[in-house]
Design a protein around this ligand. Structure first.
Ligand code: KG4
Ligand code: ZN
Length: 334
């Protein structure tokens, strides 16, 4: 089965052709990051307009690179939500037109489901069930993935998403958007034990997360040091902040894996690109006999290949959308 998949939920216009849910024939991503950077974050109205300008060319490029024609495609997969409404509608309207014109099934995909499925592309032998940590710019979820389309949501952030915390702290350090990769790079040069930032674990039995207190602690630290006229080491701030985030992400993921007896922890979403997170997970995984999986960097951040994989598994489950499918900016995982 060949799926043509479209992703336009935020600031990447992406199209991919995927074979049987796991094999990437093409994966084209046109990023708008350079345009949004001067505003310090994504401007929704600009994002929608740029998607419209890019989408037809991106689709043609994806077909060309996969060496196929529209007639070869068996289904259209598209991100239905969560995301920016205007941005989502560009991908969704295009997908509907294609499905209608080609008379093939239209499959709506939850963006978070897509992030999880990036791992099925990367690791051809990976199968559910597993423990999954989804950490992106907009979401932080801890899940029991019971099957390809069946998830139990065990924990989520109560305020900022992990990636959002990275981006906000980076901004306060004067680093460009998106700040996650910059913090990751600077953290390698800093001392993670130099500044004591809080770790918020919430209630003993809770798998939820909270990062806004940590973000405020970093801001307070920066203000106090400036007032004292002290020179600030952004490497040390990056390393100490990152370690505070990672301690919580790693501890809660292993707690859940151990509680459910899972021997696999799967990372997904943009923050899964973080080198420190990958290393810390793998180190602890080796000690506790738990295998760690994560996608290559290009599949961690937003792309359409992951949407094509999720669409395929939805299709296998009979989860086919009609042409009345609408964009859902706040779409939940189940
Ligand atoms: O999954 P994604 O591309 O978009 C959403 O669905 O939100 O995630 C983007 C987020 C941004 O917050 C970005 O700063 C973060 O992922 N990110 C990272 C790294 N690479 C991307 N955070 C920490 N370390 C990284 N290496
Ligand atoms: Zn995403």
């Amino acid at each position: 089965m060949l799926t043509l998949a479209i992703e336009s939920s935020c600031d990447e216009t992406a199209c991919a052709v995927i074979k049987d849910g796991r094999e990437v024939l093409s994966n084209i991503i046109s990023s708008q990051i350079d345009i949004h950077r001067k505003f310090g974050g994504v401007v929704p109205e600009i994002a929608s307009r740029k998607h419209i300008e890019a989408i037809n060319n991106i689709i043609q490029e994806a077909l060309d690179e996969a060496n196929c024609k529209f007639e070869d495609i068996d289904m259209i997969g598209v991100t239905q939500g969560p995301g920016l409404i205007g941005a989502l509608l560009v991908g969704l309207s295009t997908a509907k037109a294609l499905a209608y014109g080609l008379d093939i099934p239209l499959i709506g995909v939850n963006h978070i489901h897509g992030h999880i499925c990036a791992n099925f592309i990367e690791h051809r032998d990976l199968e559910p069930p597993f423990t999954c940590l989804v950490v992106s710019g907009g979401h932080t979820y801890l899940l029991n993935v019971r099957d390809y389309t069946d998830f139990e949501l065990v924990g989520r952030t109560r305020d900022d998403a992990a990636g959002e915390a990275f981006d906000k702290v980076a901004r306060s350090l004067g680093l460009p958007y998106p700040g996650g990769p910059h913090i990751d790079r600077l953290a390698k040069e800093g001392d993670k034990d130099s500044i004591s930032f809080p770790r918020v674990y919430l209630e003993d039995d809770s798998y939820d997360f909270s990062f806004s207190g940590l973000k405020t602690a970093v801001l307070n630290y920066l203000n106090q040091e400036k007032q004292k006229g002290q020179e600030i080491s952004i490497e040390n701030v990056a390393a100490s902040f990152q370690q505070a985030v990672l301690d919580i992400l790693v501890d809660k993921s292993f707690k859940l894996a151990n509680e459910t007896g899972s021997k696999k922890i799967v990372l997904a979403g943009g923050v899964a690109a973080n080198q420190g997170l990958r290393e810390m997970m793998e180190e602890r995984g080796t000690k506790e006999g738990i295998q760690i999986y994560y996608p290559s960097r290009i599949l961690c951040t937003d792309n359409a290949a992951m949407i094509g994989s999720a669409a395929y598994y939805n299709y296998r489950k009979g989860l086919i959308s009609g042409l009345s499918l609408n964009a859902e900016p706040n779409l939940g995982l189940n």
